[in-house]
Write a protein that binds this ligand. Sequence first.
Ligand code: AMP
Length: 357
Amino acid sequence: MKIGILGNGQLGQMLAASVSDLAELDVHLYDLRAYHADSLNEFIAQVDCISFETENISAAIVAQLQPFASKLRPSLNALKTFQDRLLEKRALRAAGIATADFRAVNSLADVHQAIEQLGLPLVLKTTTEGYDGKGQFVLRTADQAQQAWDAIGGRELIAEAFVTFERETSIIASRSADGQLMVWPMTENVHHEGILRYSLYPAEALTAAKQAQAERYIRQLADSLDYVGTITLELFDTKNGLVANEVAPRVHNSGHWSIEGAHTSQFRNHMLAIAGLPLGDTQPKHASVAMLNVIGDEQPAEAAEALQHAHRHSYGKEARAGRKLGHITVVAESNQQRDATIDQLQAVLPADTWPMR
Ligand code: AMP
């Protein structure tokens, strides 16, 4: 079976690598940055199934995919839904999942109205193309409305009530066309300057009850869209329970630990699901796991080479401030062993984000 992945970044590469042992799957990556209508048509024609490493796909490409929607996994509907934060929030609500209250914002007057209806602080986000905290503005006072609209407005926005959370988490699952759902344990995710810095499993505060709730949520969401492939649900853990933040219709940075840490990775189960093959076991192989992103500079990550419990991945990308260049997975038989290893890798983490310091 020929599988085409839109996008040839690290996610596309890890998707392809995850099934390199399966001769029946022939994986091709399409470089979205070199998009041309003709080359994409050629690419689509030569594959049996199309998937994607990112939902940030231009409207022109989405339109071009339309006639080939039957080849697309996850579906074109899922792609369109999770490309747009408004459609995404509506889909979450329709699936019975708690989210912040939200409103569409198309003008400065709408910003003022949203402040009245949702209160302050208020989070404004572009409905499309935002990632790693880009295209966002947190209003603390009503007189920031003009400033916020000038900064990210002039296009459709979503206003969200501010969620006071204790921690950020995510849950990842893969669903097959016949409705089988395999779920990885949820991780605690620590961000800095809008970028994921590290993920932990287990996280002390993430109880079995929370895991069960997160599993119910991701099942409701995936079933509601008859979703095929790997899907990620980012959740705020609040005093009043789990509240969905956003969805990625794809493998996610917070699931990279599953390559070494679980019996089957998020990448492999995505490929198996879209190819119609039986999904693998998502149970962790180790008692304690962490994933640390290597951002901006790979030099501090070299320390991982010498550490028994650490696995270093380099994406072979040119260094740039704030850019994800690789990650390190730590697998250990206790949290103590894991945390001792992370202590040794502290140089990859921004100051004050690692509680053991
Ligand atoms: P997002 O791109 O939607 O994941 O937002 C980036 C980050 O902004 C999240 O990881 C949160 O830390 C924060 N954030 C987003 N939405 C909200 C919200 N409604 N309330 C509080 N913080 C938020």
